[in-house]
Ligand binder design. Structure first.
Ligand code: G3I
Length: 301
């Protein structure tokens, strides 16, 4: 096929992007997004600070703009994210203990209920592990409510939207290392105890080389019975960018339960990684060699 989304669909996968509500008036941006992608993540608009700016008062205006555009154009939505140490509203940042735990569960319940039936998969919990080389939980106000905060969030999400796939999402988990192994052990534990979890998102914010065990890492999670997805892919531009995009695509295609790839933005100029030019379209909206590399990989075989 001739677009990323259609080519991925022929392989039983999706190809997605992150959309920012503030760019939806840009016709070049919207034309590319609508043509190429069939899974949509709101870059910021469904996060905790955006959806519950004051406690108990929920705002879905910008999230709805993205979700409604996606659904009315035949795309699916990845919800991002119900629980995170970052981008908490101010009122939540200063909370602790059982009041915070209750506020968290209420947030998960309200947001997942509001979007019930519209979200294919939720990043229920984002970035809960540390980068300390020992696989520790990240210290945060949420973690300090008790180690079971992650499973409590997953159970609340399942109750609120039984039809959505529930994912754990993190970065620096793309190869086999202490952090990804800690996530792996958590997922294995959840599956053995019946805590609802369906998928693991690997953000895949990559530099100029790919971990040699990238595919093996996806495979070991897939072997636990969960789907795996690349959720925020971007790759530092260098001599190797197009080739790395092909390798990443091929790794997903080689893992049976790798169900899709999302790039974290449309054009290089839309990326959070200023100066890295890490995406598939240049600032003018032209297809880069990395784009052709992904399309060819999706269409091979
Ligand atoms: O919209 C406000 C604007 O009104 C204000 O004037 C301006 C001043 O700072 O800030 C704007 O908000 C910014 C927002 O992006 C929209 O551009 C925030 O400051 C800025 O912090 C926010 O950054 C986002 C970042 O998450 C926050 O942690 C990035 O866009 C977004 O790409 C990034 O995405 C994360 C994923 O959610 C999780 N994984 C890592 C990834 C990259 O950091």
């Amino acid at each position: 096929a001739s677009t990323l989304g259609a080519s991925a669909a022929e392989k039983g996968r999706y190809y997605g992007t992150a959309i920012a509500a503030g760019r939806m008036g840009d016709s070049t941006y919207m034309t590319i997004a609508n043509r190429e992608f069939n899974m949509i993540t709101a870059e910021n608009e469904m996060k905790m600070d955006a959806t519950e700016p004051s406690q108990g008062r929920f705002t879905f205006t910008n999230g709805d703009r993205i979700v409604n555009w996606a659904l009315s154009n035949g795309k699916r939505v990845r919800g991002h994210t119900l629980a995170w140490h970052a981008q908490q509203p101010g009122w939540m940042q200063s909370m602790s203990g059982s009041a915070l735990r209750n506020a968290l569960i209420n947030h998960v319940t309200q947001v997942a209920s509001y979007y019930r039936g519209k979200v294919y998969a939720w990043d229920v919990v984002n970035e809960a592990f540390a980068d300390d080389g020992r696989g520790s939980r990240r210290d945060s106000n949420l973690q300090r409510t008790g180690n079971d905060w992650i499973e409590a969030a997953f159970r609340a999400a399942r109750a609120a939207d039984p039809g959505a796939k529930l994912c754990y999402n993190d970065y620096n988990t793309d190869g086999i290392n202490a952090k990804s192994t800690a996530v792996y052990n958590m997922v294995r534990d959840f599956r053995s105890r019946g805590v609802p979890i369906d998928c693991v998102g690997f953000q895949a914010h990559l530099g100029t080389s790919l971990p040699s065990d990238f595919q093996a890492n996806l495979q070991r999670f897939s072997d636990l019975g969960v789907e795996v997805q690349l959720t925020e892919l971007d790759i530092q531009q260098g001599s190797n960018q197009a080739n790395m995009y092909a390798q990443v695509t091929n790794a997903c295609l080689a893992v049976a339960r790798c169900t899709g790839i999302t790039v974290w933005g449309v054009r290089d100029s839309d990326s959070w990684r200023t100066g890295a030019n890490p995406l598939l379209f240049d600032a003018s909206g032209n297809k880069k060699p990395a784009y052709t590399s992904v399309l060819n990989a999706l269409n091979a075989g």
